[in-house]
Design a protein around this ligand. Sequence first.
Ligand code: NAD
Ligand code: UDX
Length: 469
Amino acid sequence: MPRVKQICCIGAGYVGGPTCAVIALKCPHIRVTIVDLNQARIDAWNSPDFNLPIYEPGLEDVVRKARGRNLFFSTDVDKGIRDADLIFVSVNTPTKKSGVGAGFAADLNYVELATRRIAATATSSKIVVEKSTVPCRTAESMRTILDANSKPNARFDILSNPEFLAEGTAIDDLFAPDRVLIGSLQTQEGKEACAALSEVYQNWVPKERILTVGLWSSELSKLAANAMLAQRISSINALSAICEATGANIAEVAHSIGQDSRIGPKFLRASVGFGGSCFQKDILNLVYLSESLNLKEVAEYWKQVVTMNEYQKRRFSKRVVDTLFNTITGKRIAVLGFAFKADTGDTRESAAITLIRDFQQERALVNIYDPQVEPNQIWTDLTEASPLVPLATIQRQVFICSSALEACKNAEAVIIATEWAEFKTIDWEAVYAGMNKPAFVFDGRLLVDADKLRSIGFNVTVIGRGERL
Ligand code: NAD
Ligand code: UDX
């Protein structure tokens, strides 16, 4: 008899939505309810035409199969909690904007509010699973809150089960994860709770891929994984600067070092800088944790990963200005891609936002095209990036286009900011014909065939490629 029959997931975002939709698909015997306070988000998850709140390849298919069968979306958080045997807490944990630890520490307010709600509502025992990425030992605070506020007969086991999916490949990652990590207290009850969650995953994940560890190791492993992935990108980006200065080619360097089986070939693609809601936030969180543990050198070490990323973005926009004869004032720049990576509509911490802000400050005119990002999101991001500039002023300088070709028309330069596959197959001859001359392309994603573009007539600058032959 399966131990978990009803699951509630608090938080219907990029993690809670896809993760629990896949659980519902793979475990038809479990009723899964995903709850959120955000009515618009829940309405979108429930929309009759499957106009889901996030774009993720394969997600619609999963939701179509499970929604209304054993997958439900609701704003009735209390009912979700009451009915469930197991509750995922999958709320946002952004970097704090003010107060102690501002700019570094994770804002745990949403986790705490969700935890208090569970304590106030639950009338029977529950397994509470920390899905959000949190600082090490957050489970202890959750336990204290739950124990201090629980109703009679309600006891709680707390697990850590961080999520490793990447946006754009979330469904594939969830279907076949490298590993599922479950952290628990090493008590009898803790181990039983861990076994119950493991049983859920075993419906589709091979048992040997389900790792069970202590609670604090699990929490720290999530921060560590993201820090090490981001560190690889900052390392390759640091090398890309050396390539540009020496004539070495970063793609060749990455390939050469990636053949060493100890290093491996993945995550060595030089870029205009990493973005996304996780890397920067989680490293800053690790920096804060290290500082609060009095580990100053450790904090400085990890902070450098973010510093290098900022440098990479600045370096790229400076290269654009330098190459366009030291001024882009009044010049039209086409930015292809606004999402932080391909195959997502998510723009959180996207490098494109920083680049466009830099171009705005140089008083360039900017045309933007992205196949997935909604115009409203672009305006919101650009307004947040330049809080002192009114939206009306931004809209006199920045234009959102509905195709790459339209964005490039009459431009002096094209910037590839996101590695959307469709940018590989643009009709570059037509782009060239429509641009002012000399026509420049800046490839911030190692995406296009630079030699082919040069043969058309473009002046091409590629990240990690020097001018010297
Ligand atoms: P998100 O902002 O997309 O979604 C969080 C949702 O939680 C929001 O819809 C919000 O309305 C809801 N929420 C907040 N407080 C609530 C409450 N008290 N009750 C009900 N709903 C509440 O965030 P996300 O990207 O899904 O990230 C969630 C967590 O997962 C974060 O800790 C993040 O670091 C981690 N994570 C994210 C990714 C990713 O790729 N986005 C990957 C791995 C881990
Ligand atoms: C990341 C982690 O990969 C995932 O395991 C975790 O759960 C959440 O954070 P995500 O941010 O969704 O996932 O995407 P990811 O593929 O890691 O890319 C992050 C950023 O790094 C993107 O801007 C991407 O373009 C950039 N990147 C990635 C590079 O610049 N070079 C690379 O080689 C890989």
